[in-house]
Design a protein around this ligand. Structure first.
Ligand code: DQA
Length: 150
């Protein structure tokens, strides 16, 4: 089972970026947790963990996922609230590559502009508010879902 994990703009700055909101962990720390969880879940789970500050690059990666990946975990970061293009890309592959949306913070407790997710409607589920742990929970949920469907 191949899982693509995508991180949007500014998530490369985790660790020093507003730690009171996003926590002290870096993206590399989160990748380590994910890799460990994937090993626990079984040898057959391969993780491709990526980050981009470019909306176009994220859209391209999602478009290329058909036939290459079985599922996507995505933290679209600020693009969550603005990108119809990202939503359309996720919908375009959703028939074969289901996605789970993750947020480190609980966006509903923050500024009103962060309450709306344009991308969530293209995902099978959403996990938010548990900082880096959310990625691990998303991996467990997605693997469970994909195994059920098998
Ligand atoms: C975020 C929430 C977004 O509103 C914000 O723009 C981010 C990170 C989160 O993980 O909590 O960059 O996606």
């Amino acid at each position: 089972m191949k899982i693509l994990i995508l991180n949007g703009p500014n998530l490369n700055l985790l660790g020093t970026r507003e730690p009171e909101i996003y926590g002290a962990e870096t993206l590399a720390d989160i990748e380590t947790h994910i890799t460990n969880c994937a090993k626990e879940l079984g040898d057959s789970i391969a993780i491709d963990f990526r980050q981009s500050n470019s909306e176009a690059e994220l859209i391209t990666w999602i478009g290329e996922s058909r036939g290459r990946f079985d599922g996507i975990i995505i933290n679209p970061a600020a693009l969550t609230h603005t990108s119809l293009g990202l939503c359309d890309a996720l919908k375009a592959v959703a028939d074969v590559v289901p996605a789970v949306e993750v947020h480190l913070s609980n966006t509903h407790t923050r500024e009103e502009i962060r309450h709306k997710s344009l991308t969530a409607a293209a995902c099978i589920g959403q996990i938010m508010g548990f900082r880096g742990l959310g990625y691990v929970l998303a991996l467990r949920a997605l693997v469970n879902k994909l195994s059920d469907n098998a």
